[in-house]
Design a protein around this ligand. Structure first.
Ligand code: CMP
Length: 176
């Protein structure tokens, strides 16, 4: 009987869900988002979803930073105009944390072209353009790490207890 209990406990241990690790995604409010007064609306959407804000600041991006940021677009005809547009005005940089945050933030953001983006997404609801698509969102965990390093110092990123987390994820998801 005791042995049976041990076997059951062993199986239960093996079947325990693996705790999911939180990711961080960088969001930039682009100059058009700032001019159109959409900062509050955009923050609200990520907050309401259940993501945790761990860094936030307004800054002007240099040509050097933008060249690194958009390195994968360097051969595209819009590379120069995109950098000029992004450096024309301050942007608001945010770092959002959560389980599978990169994928989740991309979904809330919508596809690149505003007129084609899904209704209900930020771009689908507020953008009519391909370039003026309001926000940038990291496309992978690796890209997010690179972008985080380009706009935030370690001191600007905050690790804190968020009261809503027990009501946002299950115990299993939190690994408890
Ligand atoms: P994002 O996907 O955040 O990153 C690359 C940006 O380049 C994109 O948003 C648009 O703002 C811009 N972009 C993409 N395609 C074009 C295009 N064909 N013409 C002008 N800008 C573009």
């Amino acid at each position: 009987m005791r042995e049976d209990r041990k076997v059951i406990e062993l199986i239960e241990e093996k079947l325990k869900p693996i705790p999911m690790t939180a990711e961080r995604s960088v969001v930039l409010l682009k100059p058009d988002g700032l001019q159109r007064g959409l900062l509050g609306e955009i923050i609200t959407r990520f907050e309401r979803k259940g993501l945790k804000l761990v860094a936030l600041k307004m800054l002007k991006l240099s040509d050097e930073t933008l060249s690194s940021w958009y390195e994968h677009h360097k051969d595209k005809p819009f590379f120069g105009p995109l950098k000029s547009f992004m450096s024309s005005m301050p942007v608001v940089a945010m770092l959002w944390e959560g389980i599978e945050a990169v994928k989740t933030v991309r979904k809330l953001t919508g596809t690149t072209h505003g007129r084609e983006a899904e209704a209900g997404s930020i771009r689908g609801d507020f953008s009519m353009s391909q370039q003026l698509n309001l926000i940038h969102a990291s496309d992978s965990v690796e890209t997010a790490q690179k972008e985080q390093g380009l706009v935030f110092t370690e001191e600007e990123i905050f690790d804190y207890e968020h009261a809503a987390m027990p009501w946002t994820y299950s115990e299993e998801e939190r690994g408890e």
